[in-house]
Design a protein around this ligand. Structure first.
Ligand SMILES: Nc1nc2c(ncn2[C@@H]2O[C@H](COP(=O)(O)OP(=O)(O)OP(=O)(O)O)[C@@H](O)[C@H]2O)c(=O)[nH]1
Ligand SMILES: [Mg+2]
Length: 474
């Protein structure tokens, strides 16, 4: 089954929690902290391979979750690392972020590998928090949650030359005579329902004195394909990567002339993608073994030459003219590649489309006000909050101090509060603070007093003492 686009969910493994443990052994006084770190969560990768042709592996399974890291343990024992997941995809798969539509990766060559979701870091064990003045830290970090996202996968076959034309023009027949491919061929439109690939060999490419290229045959196009008539534009994505198109025309189509067919298909190509319509084309009239085709030939030749296209007449079935056509296509392909190299060389470096890597400083954060709530977003602050064990007084205090150091509190000159999961905090000034993954403040909002939390230990002792823990949120 040919399956060429899908949407999947990936979630990397969470980091394991750090351990809070003290060395306790007989005859060993003053043991001190010995809680080890959590292991890193497994990451998710994509890798391109030639052994797959479709994305059918992702048809029935669309959720992939990597293992979490193991928790740290006594005696500074490190938690186990979560197993990575490597998802195999066929060469030519374009991976996009489903929300932003940004291209995450375009895997063209076999063996190319990319990480799409990073596993969370393991939390630090309490052994890391011991200092000369604080020798019995009762805090350990939680593991960082693994990245998660929805991705769309789209397969675009990697071919050098594409075959386009009306159904029944003989595209599959041509592919079958010039390559070793065996596509289905029959005397009715839409025989081909999924794209086929074949390798055209000219000379003896394997021994070094010849060339070869990949030829793609896609289902036939008809007028109105842009509106979804016939099989629509569905498969045109597979010839987007080609450098050259062979436009095959049916020499014996009833009540249509080959040149009209040519113009109609080009209209459809333009409708789909301007750039695709601009691609160099070779005009080819097929079925020259039949008298009708021979009749059409002079007129088509005149039109095509006037428009500046190279034009060929062939009979795919009789294999007449096919070798010359393929030899020309191979030469033209070489020229196009050469032109591309020259164009790239003559372009100033700044104009070249090389990938731009934008380092994002870990410390940066933004504060925005959304519906009366201050929302803080930033990699480091979010990680800090996620990795803090909200049950631990010392952990919460450390978070408070770090957030202040990072400058979050200064940014809006409001008292800082935070909320994690089912808790709400409110400052004595009546400010209520919420946090759900981001740190969020909400000003002057009343809260149901009846949901008072029983655990008010933070109130007096902690750096967050100016906050009351007053209720649950959601
Ligand atoms: N006489 C003659 N018949 C041909 C020639 N090339 C193809 N045909 C016939 O045309 C019919 C359609 O050929 P296909 O190769 O299936 O056409 P296609 O363009 O792939 O059609 P779709 O897959 O439906 O888009 C078949 O019956 C072929 O035998 C040719 O050169 N001469
Ligand atoms: Mg076909």
């Amino acid at each position: 089954m040919f399956y060429d686009h899908t949407k999947i969910y990936v979630k990397a493994g969470d980091g394991g929690d750090g351990s809070m443990h003290f060395r306790r052994e007989k005859f060993a006084p003053f043991g001190g902290p010995d809680g080890g770190d959590g292991g890193r969560g497994g990451s998710i990768y994509f890798e391109a391979t030639t052994s797959l042709n479709t994305l059918v592996n992702y048809r029935y399974k669309q959720h992939f979750k990597a293992d979490s890291g193991g928790a740290g343990a006594r005696q500074k024992m490190h938690g186990a690392k979560g197993e990575d997941i490597v998802l195999m995809v066929p060469c030519g798969t374009v991976i996009r972020d489903a929300d932003t539509q940004e291209v995450v990766a375009d895997l063209v060559e076999a063996g190319q590998r990319i990480m799409v979701a990073r596993g969370g870091r393991g939390g630090l064990g309490n052994v890391h928090f011991a200092t000369s003045t604080h020798q019995a830290p009762k805090e350990a970090q939680k593991g960082e949650p693994g990245e998660e996202r929805w991705l769309t996968l789209e397969l675009r076959l990697v071919a050098d030359v594409g075959l386009v034309g009306y159904p029944n023009a003989g595209k599959s027949t041509l592919l079958s005579v010039v390559t070793a491919a065996h596509p289905k061929i029959a005397d009715y439109p839409f025989t081909t329902l999924t794209p086929n690939l074949g390798v055209v060999e000219i000379g003896r490419p394997r021994s070094g004195d010849g060339t070869g290229f990949v030829l793609a045959d896609i289902p036939g196009l008809i007028d109105g394909a842009a509106q979804g008539v016939g099989l629509g534009h569905e498969f045109l994505r597979h010839i987007r990567r080609t450098r050259l198109l062979i436009h095959l025309l049916d020499g014996v189509s009833i009540d249509r002339k080959p040149w009209q067919d040519f113009q109609a298909i080009n209209r459809e190509l333009r409708e789909y993608d301007e750039q695709l319509a601009e691609r160099p084309q070779i005009v080819v009239l097929n079925k020259m073994d039949l008298p009708d085709a021979q009749e059409h030939w002079p007129e088509l030749k005149a039109h095509a030459e006037a428009a500046g296209y190279p034009v060929f007449a062939i009979s795919a079935v009789a294999q007449e003219g096919t070798d010359e056509l393929m030899a020309y296509a191979a030469r033209r392909l070489e020229e196009i590649k050469q032109e591309e190299v020259e164009r790239a060389a003559s372009q100033p470096v700044a104009d070249m489309q090389s990938p731009v890597l934008r380092p994002q400083p870990d410390d940066s954060f933004t504060v925005t006000k959304e519906k009366g709530v201050f929302v803080v977003r930033g990699k480091r602050v979010e990680r800090l909050v996620n990795m803090t064990n909200q049950e631990s007084e010392e952990g919460v205090a450390r978070l408070q101090i770090t957030l202040e150091k990072v400058g979050v509190t200064k940014a809006k000159s409001v008292d800082l509060g935070y909320h994690c999961r089912k808790r709400t905090w409110r400052s004595q000034k009546g400010e209520r603070a919420l946090l759900c993954c981001q740190v969020v403040w909400e000003l002057s909002r009343s809260c149901p007093r009846q949901e008072l939390f029983s655990r008010l230990f933070l109130r007096e002792r902690m750096a967050v003492s100016h906050f009351d823990m007053i209720g649950s949120y959601e």
